[in-house]
Ligand binder design. Structure first.
Ligand code: 6MZ
Length: 384
């Protein structure tokens, strides 16, 4: 194909990936902040003399990150973002950004933070996040509770059908509370109890995340066990580094989903596949942090060929300068998946959401309507 036609075909494929309705199951709030917002916040703190803006600016704009740099950067992000108003602002913007690229269901995860200097408790932090979700105006945010009730009818108008500008798009949003690996057993238990307390306000699950070389599985196990007993769905970052003992413990614990699974050995792969725990795949993140040697050698291919349940995710779209549409595009460009395979991949993710019943039914309807438009043979497709 001549270079110009190739560029045009790539552009069309990118547009198709944006139009595809998508389900995002692994996105960290503070990793998904827009660079422009981070720079603005850094400038404000620079002006107050809290940080040196010029130093921070280069760090924020850098594209490639080592794992160590990532977690250092999160410390910086947290300095920039941890007061109630800022948390509210970034929650609003993050949902707007996902909705703008046709994410129809979003599970956003975040670590509830205590910050006495700002009068912040774990609960007030999550309330500030919820306030942000409710402040979104560009789209209707349906925040459902863990009993899967919503205040409004769930008969969602499939966004792909909308051609009337006066009607708004809709995005379903659920919150997962993250336990940070730096936390103590008692702090982790606080987070699980908070998830239980806020289950009627949009909190639908628990995540274990944080720097994978920090902390011990035994520290979080009582909290994760408690969540399991309470019936709260759990997802765990697994195998970001080759920690044999912990990978085994996570697989034995059998959470509802796992994230990453970069560094599993043959035996662990076998076990993962035999228990078919759905995997949250984060291509760009894994390559940028060294969890996968390259896109071409990413374990996505092995899991996909084995028909293992999986879902494409961004992890930290701000930190890694990606988007969910871009992750779908990368899968097509790297592994040669067809549009119908991509569509199936996006639609299959509905099975793994922590919502159930009516929400899943609505999502299936959205995909059904989208299929008619997105899967037309090229010769019948309406010209752009
Ligand atoms: C493990 C990660 C992560 O919670 O402040 N986080 N944990 N592996 C990753 N892969 C690169 N990316 C993000 O969002 C930022 C926090 O999410 C976790 C880290 O604990 C990070 O501090 P919140 O909203």
């Amino acid at each position: 194909m001549d270079p110009e036609r190739k560029v045009a075909a790539e552009e069309k494929m990118r547009e198709w990936c944006v139009a595809l309705p998508k389900v995002e199951l692994h996105a960290h709030l503070n990793g998904s902040v827009r660079n422009s917002t981070l720079l603005e916040l850094a400038k404000q703190l620079g002006d107050k003399g809290v940080i040196v803006f010029e130093d921070v600016k280069d760090v924020i704009m850098k594209n490639s990150r080592s794992p160590l740099e990532c977690f250092k950067l999160f410390d910086l992000f947290h300095i920039l973002t941890t007061d109630h108003d800022t948390v509210t602002r970034i929650a609003k913007e993050v949902v707007e950004d996902f909705a703008a690229e046709n994410v129809v269901y979003l599970e956003i995860r975040t670590t509830p933070k205590n910050n006495a200097a700002k009068g912040m408790t774990k609960m007030s932090y999550i309330n500030a996040v919820i306030k942000g979700l409710k402040a979104v105006e560009a789209v209707d945010v349906v925040l459902f509770d863990s009993n899967l009730r919503t205040n409004e009818t769930l008969s969602c108008t499939p966004m792909i059908e909308l051609d009337d500008d006066t009607k708004k798009k809709k995005i379903y949003v659920g919150l997962l509370l993250s336990i940070d690996r730096r936390e103590t057993t008692s702090a982790a238990l606080d987070t699980v109890n908070l998830a239980m307390e806020m289950k009627d306000q949009g909190v639908i699950g628990i995540d274990l995340s944080g720097n994978p070389v920090v902390g011990e599985w035994e520290t979080y196990l009582p909290a994760l066990q408690h969540a399991k007993e309470l019936g709260i769905p759990i997802t765990i970052h697994c195998g970001e580094v080759p920690n044999r003992k912990e990978i085994q413990a996570v697989l034995d614990f059998c959470p509802q989903r796992v994230g990453h699974v970069c560094c599993l050995n043959d035996e662990e792969w076998k076990q993962l596949k035999s228990i078919t725990i759905p995997v949250e795949i984060c291509l760009t993140s894994n390559v940028m942090t060294g969890g996968a040697p390259s896109l071409e050698m990413h374990h996505f291919a092995d899991l996909f060929n084995a028909k293992h349940p999986l879902s494409l995710c961004t992890d930290d779209s701000g930190l890694f300068s990606t988007s969910l549409s871009n992750e779908y595009y990368l899968v097509a460009a790297t592994f040669g998946l067809s549009k119908s395979e991509l569509f199936q991949l996006a639609q299959d993710a509905v099975q793994f959401v922590f919502a159930d019943g009516e929400v899943k039914k609505s999502l299936r309807r959205i995909f059904k309507v989208a299929e008619k438009r997105l899967m037309l043979p090229a010769e019948f497709a309406a010209p752009n």
